[in-house]
Write a protein that binds this ligand. Structure first.
Ligand SMILES: Cc1cc2nc3c(=O)[nH]c(=O)nc-3n(C[C@H](O)[C@H](O)[C@H](O)COP(=O)(O)OP(=O)(O)OC[C@H]3O[C@@H](n4cnc5c(N)ncnc54)[C@H](O)[C@@H]3O)c2cc1C
Ligand SMILES: Cc1cc2nc3c(=O)[nH]c(=O)nc-3n(C[C@H](O)[C@H](O)[C@H](O)COP(=O)(O)O)c2cc1C
Length: 584
């Protein structure tokens, strides 16, 4: 069909232009994929199509097996995979949901098509529990996957240099091993919900079983199994929202501290959580920064835009694609990537001033991502009132004072009388052991202490007899010892068997939790031999890497084997649920 045939259709001019451009630039493969997508999308989304077809009694194809494989750290990929499973079931597949942590490339269900949903962590690494699968898939002796069809949806954050690195590597490797890519890799920033729905519909359409007689572009959906709109229980990828207000805000660090740590209590009636879970909320940008951005872009009088920049757009993150988009928009030379170091959008607007329209400016901005905070209390200790431990993010760069968007919103700007929505982010992979007599070792410096306060409250509430050992660290004993009295009480009562402290700035040389781990290595090994579960929470950049490296040293030192077998030991501990990390 020539693009001009579209003229006879009910599209508006701008829509026609978009469609014509897309079709004229598409490869034959892309056109084929698109036709499948449209057929599947229409079938899955039109209630009229559903009821008309089921009423007409069209024969249904047998349920085709499908494997949905996910790799997740904080649960986003898992939630999307669950939503995809639901869609796949509706579309007549017999899907199997698999966590990469629980499988290997060699034991994937034979020959079934693969939908892969994977996030990227660390500095472009796979989620920690998916490491073994990932390493095995990328290894030279990975099993061939000829004849298997696949599609990958990559989750990431454009603020990181290695955007969606895990998804990219998985997509490339599956093809290298002989599998057939049925849909192009989709790389997604933090606003992934709508693209994920579109990708799921498209790939299910592309994978739908066809018969020789039927047109290969027509999707056979098992409409009889589609639930009605009334029985639909919502989007599994969208968590339920609760209304919260801040009822208590207490500065835990002293006024002479060089950092700021706050204890917050929320009223969130109806919220039921488990120790280890987090809360997500949508922060608002600093009004002073919004003013500065508007003024620099020559848009100070646009009140609608002011509200949008305050509530909906990310006005701090600056990325390489952002620099390129700004250069293209303003017809200027793109600034080098080195410009990004310590800089934000406001610096770009000031460095290359240009008069922008509101649409120009918002076209440069991604949606303001929600932020997560570990719940620092157990529900039996503070029912309906989750506590948070929030570190204020403040720093100075290029002559400007910078403020963390969400941390400052929570501790300084948000009025305590104003309700705001929060959502629960369950973290089933970061829970206390079911057996209360099992020992636990918790490593949680800074705000990483938050979930461990909830763990200790839970252990106290149920009268657990398992030994508990906490490693906590901060800058100064006198100024930064969060929850000092509670921890000392727990030590006195035996809820906490051991407390190891590392205050980095109390002596000339820096002492961190990993130093305390090393000093206690013999005892740590004894606890591990007794079946202790090891938890790490907090800073991903420095702390978690250094702690992991120290654990490797402790294990290889004990076994007398090399770093490789220590790494293998830790990978097995991850797979067995004896080494759990919640790092950010
Ligand atoms: C599962 C999970 C649980 C979490 N739990 C907690 C918790 O219990 N308590 C808690 O406080 N936080 C927690 N966080 C982190 C929290 O979600 C936010 O990321 C954190 O509060 C910072 O958000 P912000 O909006 O204030 O800062 P942002 O506006 O997002 O600014 C942070 C960014 O600013 C930049 N930056 C920060 N400092 C510097 C510097 N010195 N120099 C240069 N650049 C810098 C970095 O790019 C950094 O990523 C958790 C995160 C996750 C994923
Ligand atoms: C500590 C940390 C490190 C991250 N590193 C990267 C990264 O290197 N590249 C990337 O694209 N995204 C990175 N992300 C973003 C995550 O991939 C993104 O939040 C994703 O939605 C998480 O999905 P999950 O909950 O399924 O793990 C990182 C996020 C955090 C908190």
């Amino acid at each position: 069909m020539p693009p001009s045939a579209l003229r006879a259709t009910p599209f508006a001019e701008d829509q026609l232009a978009l469609i014509e451009r897309l079709l004229s630039e598409a490869t034959p493969d892309q056109l084929h994929w698109l036709s499948g997508y449209l057929a599947g999308f229409q079938a899955a989304s039109s209630p009229r199509a559903r009821s008309a077809t089921s009423a007409s009694g069209v024969a249904t194809a047998p349920r085709a097996p499908l494997t949905i494989l996910y790799a997740t750290e904080s649960g986003n990929a898992e939630a999307l995979a669950r939503a995809a499973r639901k869609e796949a079931t509706r579309a007549g597949f017999a899907p199997t949901l698999l966590d990469m942590a629980d499988t290997t490339p060699a034991t994937l269900p034979a020959a079934t098509p693969l939908l892969v949903i994977a996030s990227t962590w660390g500095e472009g690494d796979p989620p920690s529990r998916a490491l073994s699968f990932y390493a095995a898939l990328l290894a030279p002796d990975a099993p061939r996957l000829d004849g298997r069809r696949f599609a990958v949806f990559a989750l990431g954050d454009r603020a990181y240099a290695n955007f969606c690195a895990t998804g990219r590597a998985l997509d490339a490797r599956l093809a290298e091993l002989g599998a057939e890519r049925v849909a192009p890799l989709v790389e997604c920033d933090l606003d992934y919900a709508a693209p994920a729905r579109a990708w799921t519909a498209a790939t299910l359409a592309a994978l739908a079983p066809t018969t020789e007689e039927s047109d290969p572009a027509v999707i056979r959906v098992d409409f009889a199994r589609l639930p009605s709109a009334e029985s639909d229980d919502g989007d599994a990828a969208t968590p339920a929202s609760f209304e919260a207000t801040i009822t208590e805000r207490l500065l835990l660090s002293s006024s002479r501290s060089t950092s700021e740590t706050w204890h917050l209590e929320l009223d969130a009636a109806g919220l039921a959580w488990e120790p280890g879970d987090s809360l997500a909320f949508a922060p608002r940008n600093d009004p002073a920064l919004v003013d500065a951005v508007l003024a620099t872009a020559g848009l100070a009088s646009d009140e609608t835009l002011r509200a949008a920049l305050t509530e909906r757009h990310d006005i701090t993150t600056l990325t390489t694609p952002g620099l390129a988009a700004y250069a293209a928009l303003t017809n200027t030379t793109m600034l080098p990537a080195s410009f990004l170091e310590g800089r934000q959008l406001i610096d770009l607007l000031e460095s290359s001033p240009a008069r922008l329209t509101a649409a120009d400016l918002t076209s440069l901005l991604r949606p303001l991502p929600p932020r997560l905070y570990s719940i620092a209390s157990a529900p039996e200790f503070s029912p309906g009132s989750p506590h948070l431990l929030v570190s204020a993010v403040r720093w100075q760069s290029h002559g400007r004072a910078r403020l963390g968007v969400a941390s400052l919103d929570l501790i300084a700007r948000r009025s305590s009388s104003e309700p705001f929505p929060v959502t629960l982010r369950p973290n089933p992979h970061f829970r206390l052991p079911a057996d209360p007599s099992r020992p636990i070792i918790m490593i949680g410096p800074g705000s990483g202490l938050a979930p461990f306060r909830a763990f200790l409250q839970r252990r106290e509430a149920v009268g657990a007899h398992g030994k508990t050992w906490l490693f906590f660290g901060a800058r100064n004993f006198t100024h930064d010892f969060s929850y000092q009295l509670e921890l000392q009480d727990w030590l006195a009562s035996g809820v906490l068997a051991r407390l190891s402290l590392a205050f980095s700035r109390d002596q000339p040389e820096k002492i961190y939790v990993q130093h305390r781990l090393w000093e206690s290595r013999a005892e740590i090994r004894r606890w591990l031999d007794e079946g202790a579960v090891l938890y790490i929470c907090g800073d991903a950049k420095a702390m978690a890497c250094d702690v992991h490296a120290t654990l490797l040293r402790i294990i290889s030192d004990a076994t007398g084997t090399g770093a490789d077998s220590a790494a293998a030991w830790l990978r097995t501990a991850v797979a067995d649920g004896r080494y759990k990390r919640d790092i950010y």
